[in-house]
Design a protein around this ligand. Structure first.
Ligand code: ADP
Ligand code: MG
Length: 251
């Protein structure tokens, strides 16, 4: 294979997974307007792992919620794998979210009255996956997330924070989403648990997932391929991470 062909292939393989064009988000709460995003444009390619940093209130969660189809922009375009999702009905948005996107949040957001197994298999239920298959997929996801099968019958609140986050990651990846969105996933964890979470995200990325991680921790941001700094609803800067400062030392 000629060098040109190799280059051409790598360009072709860098599919645009996510395009944001001039995304503005204005919240209206009791007649007070808050401009959370002032025109964010972003291109994310398949296989990217990107960190988003910025002060509290700068619009990071708003951005992730819009990308994750939990919220709609006030203006601007959001294109996921060629589909302009800003124009979809809420039913169509829910479907794309269920199939393509996995969310990991700071406080895990597991349902405490359900078992770990039931939490993990939840995204598969609207897809109509039969129960035996759901159980197999849940087990696989939990192991990939660095968890243990002995947790399956437990309730989330019987586990430590770090363990609950591994369960939450398992739930996020059980349906094999192409995009993983993590909003301060290590914000509540000790260093050892943070390492496990970051290591899992890196592994999922190597296996092909496109990942956006919002973090306050530079040691997490340095584990990615690119750092966007958000300030006041705008991308203020793009930085190159320094892998030697990554919390996971031997990737
Ligand atoms: P970050 O995640 O960077 O801390 P957010 O995206 O949560 O920031 O918030 C950006 C701005 O939008 C803040 O001023 C916040 O108060 C405001 N905001 C966020 N969500 C809402 C909402 N649902 N209603 C009204 N204002 C909101
Ligand atoms: Mg936030």
């Amino acid at each position: 294979m000629s060098r040109d062909t190799v280059v051409e292939r790598s360009v072709l393989m860098r599919r645009e997974v996510l395009v944001l064009e001039d995304v503005v988000k204005v919240y209206m709460a009791s007649s007070v307007e808050t401009v959370a995003l002032r025109g964010v444009s972003l291109r994310v390619y398949s296989g990217d792992i990107i960190a988003i940093m910025g002060p509290s209130g700068s619009g990071k969660t708003t951005l992730l919620n819009i990308v994750g189809l939990l919220d709609k922009p006030t203006s601007g375009r959001v294109v996921i794998e060629g589909v302009d999702v800003s124009r979809l009905s809420s039913g169509e948005m829910a479907r794309i979210r269920n199939y393509k996107i996995g969310f990991v949040l700071q406080f895990y957001n597991l349902i405490n009255r359900l078992t770990v197994l039931e939490n993990i298999e939840m995204p598969l239920i609207p897809r109509g996956v039969p129960r035996p298959e759901r159980v197999e997929m849940a087990k696989r996801a939990l192991l990939r997330a660095g968890g243990e099968l002995s947790w399956l019958p437990k309730k989330p609140n019987q586990l430590s924070g770090g363990q609950q986050q591994r369960v939450a990651i398992a739930r996020a990846i059980v349906g094999e989403p192409e995009i993983i969105l993590a909003d301060e996933p290590t914000g509540n964890l000790d260093v050892a648990s943070s390492r496990i979470v970051v290591n899992t995200l890196q592994e999922l990325n190597r296996e092909g997932a496109t990942i956006l991680v919002v973090t306050h921790n530079p040691e997490v941001a340095h584990c990615t391929q690119r750092i966007y700094l958000i300030r006041d609803g705008l991308i203020a800067d793009t930085l190159s991470p320094d892998p030697s400062k990554c919390i996971v030392t031997s990737g």
